[in-house]
Design a protein around this ligand. Sequence first.
Ligand SMILES: Cc1cc2nc3c(=O)[nH]c(=O)nc-3n(C[C@H](O)[C@H](O)[C@H](O)COP(=O)(O)OP(=O)(O)OC[C@H]3O[C@@H](n4cnc5c(N)ncnc54)[C@H](O)[C@@H]3O)c2cc1C
Length: 269
Amino acid sequence: MVNGRRRSVFAMTEPGGAGSDPAQLATEAVFDGETFTINGRKWLITGADGALTWIVMARLAPNPFLPAGPTLFLAEGDAPGIVIERVMNTMDRNYVGGHAVVRFENLRLPASALLGEAGAALRYAQLRLAPARLTHCMRWLGAAGRAQHIATEYAKTRTAFGKTLGEHEGVSFLLADNEIALHHCRLGIWHACWLLDNGERARHESSIAKSFVSEELFKVADRCVQILGGIGISDETVVEMIFRDMRAFRLYDGPTEVHKWAIGREVLR
Ligand SMILES: Cc1cc2nc3c(=O)[nH]c(=O)nc-3n(C[C@H](O)[C@H](O)[C@H](O)COP(=O)(O)OP(=O)(O)OC[C@H]3O[C@@H](n4cnc5c(N)ncnc54)[C@H](O)[C@@H]3O)c2cc1C
């Protein structure tokens, strides 16, 4: 993977099964003491088409050998039994391989394919999520900063009604709102990362950062499109792509409402 010869995928989300609520996991793994046989259907699986290293989440059925429940498995992408039904047509374009609908059809894996402990998948997923969310936050903070830079240059040079756009208070306030949002997003990310660096799990703070940053940066990108006028919705600048690609961040790694729900529970506790 480091050399770029393999891509990895994480296959959890299901139509009608695991989603915001991963406990609804429906894909099933049956273990006979030697082989796992996995059946189920997933969707929104990023990079599935062409990926060789698969982490599959499935519910291990009760068996005499291992604890049952949500479990992670490691599989090779070219294994018989992994069927890519189709790559979905989505509004974002920034992920190699897109997002696929996948079927596991009697996917047979050896006992060594078990990743970590049986029944512990949801705990592992939670552990991964705090740093993973923050890397997405950093990526989109950089992209929003780029959009703000492009919008600022446009506002400095484009004129309307006898002065530059930036000299119109309505436009300078849009740039100011962006600057305020970018600053607070950066501080929120730094704080959550600092907690992680100090050995804390920072689940609450990474939730706060993820929900705030995804919502605020999307507004930043939208204001940049507005400042650029008609050109803002064209691919003459990267702002259009940033706006389109960023929309999905309010959904993956936990939709905003799910984070707010968890933050609210923590407040009440
Ligand atoms: C670009 C992109 C890439 C993705 N990549 C992957 C991947 O590689 N692997 C993978 O397994 N999955 C992936 N996903 C799926 C992603 O994890 C799910 O979209 C996400 O967990 C939400 O699940 P869902 O889409 O089933 O939404 P649902 O569970 O159907 O929820 C729909 C909406 O209901 C609301 N909602 C849900 N629960 C609550 C609550 N408690 N309180 C209030 N409102 C609530 C929210 O508004 C939510 O957006 C990806 C998604 C996107 C958009």
